[in-house]
Design a protein around this ligand. Structure first.
Ligand SMILES: NC(=O)c1ccc[n+]([C@@H]2O[C@H](COP(=O)([O-])OP(=O)(O)OC[C@H]3O[C@@H](n4cnc5c(N)ncnc54)[C@H](O)[C@@H]3O)[C@@H](O)[C@H]2O)c1
Ligand SMILES: [Fe+2]
Length: 379
């Protein structure tokens, strides 16, 4: 195997109720800093999920400014608005607390305040150079794995998803507190959980950068998620299941941070960009047709994953199980259920083909015709 690098976040704290002790967990990072900029969305804040963290920080004598205007698939303008607020405040440390949208926004704020680069300089792979402000990420979905990835995804203009992917986006500390995920609604639990499973599956079949370390993490992550997703969906208060989901999403995140995702994500992105379908649901919809298309090139790897989960060792075994889970937890499985029609498919396929940074990782080359056929298959 050729030489490879494996990177991840240096400090990961996992503990129920950890956000109540946030100041203590982060004390070495905080040092003598006084002003903390906390990035979240109004839903997360409205559910009271920022309260424990803020109380802990304030009790330690820190000043906290909450920015709660993040929205799903964060638009560039929201990032720039948050940047202005953070600068005016004189932020010294950035905390992202929420789902992938809040964490991705927080990552960019830390970078924009710490470096001289503009957002436009940062788009793409390895273009952001840092330095950045100290950064703590606390996920409330399980999830994107953004707390351990060097990636931020934002929306430019009406519908284009742009990614910033560079090592300075790895946080200093990721804090996993399963209590924060107890109130996650069933459909969001299901969709974000399937997103995490897709990270493990696509990381394991990533064409260029797949390696022994990312493989182990993908296998471990997928097994945890598979064992917990239906329990977490049927009983949201099952803290064991919630913690397994959070840990599984973290492991899958560590895998795909190093062995990037492919065509499932590339075809999912236009569904988010054009139709504002949540990221997890978009991935859940596109997983079956893309895996079936990829089977010609990736059958042994899909079979290995299926066997690892105790399923029939084949692409079909894996895909059928993922379809069963989506059915069982009751999320949409057809594009037409979400208002998408046959006429929309050429545009979706064209936009998907633009997501070249991900398509290069797909085990089988994706073509415009094949992309359109994948959408057609789940219309
Ligand atoms: N950086 C990465 O590596 C990476 C990876 C995958 C996806 N993403 C990006 O992440 C975003 C999607 O993130 P997401 O799926 O976590 O969703 P999200 O952050 O958009 O949140 C979805 C909704 O769930 C609510 N919510 C979050 N936690 C909750 C909780 N505990 N209880 C109740 N409600 C809660 C939020 O208020 C919001 O309304 C997309 O923009 C996607 O492109 C990033
Ligand atoms: Fe994802």
């Amino acid at each position: 195997m050729p030489a490879y690098d494996f990177r991840t976040v240096p400090h990961i704290h996992i503990g129920r109720g950890a956000s109540r002790h946030l100041a203590r967990i982060c004390a070495p990072l905080i040092g003598s800093a006084k002003r903390i900029f906390l990035v979240t969305d109004s839903g997360v804040r409205g559910h009271g999920l920022t309260d424990a963290a803020v109380t802990s920080l304030q009790a330690a004598g820190l000043e906290v400014l909450i920015f709660d205007q993040v929205v799903a698939d964060p638009p560039r303008d929201v990032v720039l608005m948050a940047e202005d607020k953070a600068r005016d405040f004189g932020a010294e440390i950035v905390i992202g607390l929420g789902g992938g949208s809040s964490m991705d926004t927080a990552k960019l704020i830390a970078l924009l305040l710490g470096s001289t680069q503009t957002l436009e300089d940062m788009y793409g792979v390895n273009n952001a150079t840092g330095p950045r402000l100290p950064l703590v990420l606390i996920p409330t979905t399980a999830g994107t794995g953004s707390e351990v990835t060097p990636i931020s995804v934002i929306t430019i203009g009406e519908s284009t998803k742009m990614g910033v992917n560079a090592p300075p986006l790895y946080a200093d500390i990721a804090v996993l507190d399963a209590e924060l995920t107890l109130g996650l609604p069933r459909a969001v639990t299901a969709a974000t959980g399937i997103d995490a499973m897709v990270h493990a599956i696509e990381g394991f079949t990533s064409k260029i950068e797949k390696n022994a370390v990312s493989d182990s993490l993908a296998l471990a992550g997928l097994k945890k998620l598979h064992g917990a997703i239906e329990r977490a969906c049927s009983n949201g208060d099952d803290i064991e299941a919630r913690e397994d989901m959070l840990t599984g999403a973290l492991l899958a995140g560590q895998a795909f941070a190093n062995a990037p995702v492919g065509a499932v994500h590339a075809l999912a992105y236009p569904l988010g960009g054009v139709f504002h379908i949540p990221h997890g649901l978009s991935n859940s919809l596109m997983l079956p047709p893309v895996l079936r298309y990829n089977a010609q090139a990736a059958e042994p790897l899909y079979a290995e994953l299926a066997e690892h989960l105790g399923l029939h060792a084949s692409t079909d075994g894996l895909v059928t199980e993922m379809e069963r889970i989506a059915d069982e937890v009751g999320i949409e499985t057809r594009l037409s259920q979400l208002g998408i029609s046959h006429n929309d498919l050429p545009r979706l396929a064209q936009e998907a083909m633009e997501v070249k940074r991900l398509l290069v990782n797909n085990p089988r080359e994706m073509t415009l015709e094949a992309a359109q056929a994948c959408y057609e298959a789940v219309l």
